[in-house]
Design a protein around this ligand. Sequence first.
Ligand code: GLC
Length: 468
Amino acid sequence: MKILLVTGESLPYAKSGGLGDFIYSYGKALAKLGEDVSVIMPLYLPMRTKFPEIMEGFYDQFDFKMSWRTQGCGVFMVERDGIKFYFTAMDRFDRDQLYGYGDDTERFACFVMAVNTFITRHNDYDVVHCNDWQTAMLPLLLSYNPKPIKTVLTIHNPAYQGWAKRDDLGAYFNLSTGYYDSGFVRLGDSFNYLKAGIMSADKINTVSVTHAQELLNDHTGFGGIGAIIDWCRHYDFSGIVNGLDTDIWDPKTDTHIVCNYDLATVKEGKKKNKRAIFEQLGMDPDFDGPLFSAITRLSAQKGVERIIDIMPHLEEKNAKMIVIGTGEMEEQFQAEAFKYKNVYLVKRYDEELAHLLYAASDFFLMPSYFEPCGTSQLISMRYGTLPIVSNVGGLNDTVFDVSKGEEANGFTFYNNDYFGCLNAYFRACDLYWAKGIDRMQEVGMKGDYSWKKSAKAYLDLYHTIDWK
Ligand code: GLC
C-alpha cells in the first residue's frame, strides 16, 4: 500500500511532543512491514541548517491559490530509515518554533493547501493519514480529488482543535461558507478544523482504547468534540495504542546513559546511572534511597499540581525527585521546588539527560489529567523504572497497579485525586524499602511495547475502508 503520513512534526527533524515520536516510529514500523511509506511536513527554519541534506534534495515546486493570493511552495525530499520524507518550504514556516504564533490557523491552512496540491500532482497514494488539527482540513479538500483516496485522521490531542473564522473557509481553502452555515465545520462560534476532519475522514481514531471511550463518554469536555464523534462518527471511530521506538529506547544499547544494562544487571546498572546523574547535577552521589522523576511539559494537562503535592513528603521517606520540564507552569513549579532540598528541577529540554534520568530513576511520575496515549510510561517500564500514573487514556491501557497481581507493572490512581496520588506515592516508597519492586520491574522490562501489533492494527483499519 502507498501511504502518506501528513503531520506538523516528526523526529528526527522537528518535535514538540509525542506526535513527533509517533510519526517517526510508526513510519519505520510500516517500512519494516514492507509498506511504501512517505511523510510530508513543513520545513521549519532551524532544519535548513541542522539538516543540510534536506536542502540538497530539491524535488518539486508549484503555486496554488488561497482565494486571491498566489502562494509558492518548494518541496524537498530525503530518504531515511525506509521512509520518504517530503518537506514543504514556504515563507510562513521560516520561523524558529513549530507552533504558538498568532497566525497558526493560516499557516497550517497554507500547509494543508500545499499538501493537497502535492497529492494532486503525484496522484498515486492509496491512503492519506492525517494527524491532529494542523492537518485535519485535508480529508475535506481531498473529497474533491478526481481520484478517490482513503483518508484517516488520528487525534493525538483533542485539546488543540484549530479555531478559525467562517470567512476563512473561502479566504484560506477556496470553500463555500455553506460548510459553516450548515454546521458541518462549525463548533460553537468557530470554524473548527478538527471537527471538519472528524466529519470528513473515512476513519477516525485516537491513540488508546481508553481515550476513545473517554471521548465518546464526555460530551462537554474539549469544546464538545466528543459529542460530535459520538453522534456523527461513532462507528468509524476507534482506539489504537501507540508503540514505542525500541531502536532509540533500549537500556542495553542506549549511548546516552553511563552504564548499559538488561534485566539481569538492572540493579547494578541503575546504581551507576543514579550516581552519574547525581554527580552531574551536583547532588549527593552516595544517596541510595528511591529516586522519583518526571520528564514533562509543565502544564495543567500533565497534572503538575500532583507532583507538587508529593514534594513535602520526600524527606520523611528518604526520597529524592528530579524533574526535567518546561512549559506554562514552570515558574509556579520552580517556586515550589525551591522550598525542598530533595527536589531538583532541570528547566530546559535536555534529550541526553532525559535518557540518563529514565535509567537512573526508581519511579516515574505521570499524574496526567488526560493522556491520549503517553510515551514516557512505556520508556520507564523498559528501563526498569516503575510508573506512577493516573488511570486515564493510554496510561490505563498500559500500566497495571501493584494490586493486580501477576500483570502488575506500576502504580495507578484515579485521575486528579490528591489522596489517590499521595497514596500511590507512599505505597511505592514502602514497597521500595521492603525490597518488593523486583517482580514488577521484571514485568515492565519484559513487556512488548514495540509497534508490531499496533502497526498491523492501522493497516487493518486502512483495509476496512471501502474502495470508493
Ligand atoms: C499527544 C498526546 C500523548 C500521545 C502523543 C502521541 O502528545 O498528549 O498522550 O502519546 O500525542 O500520540
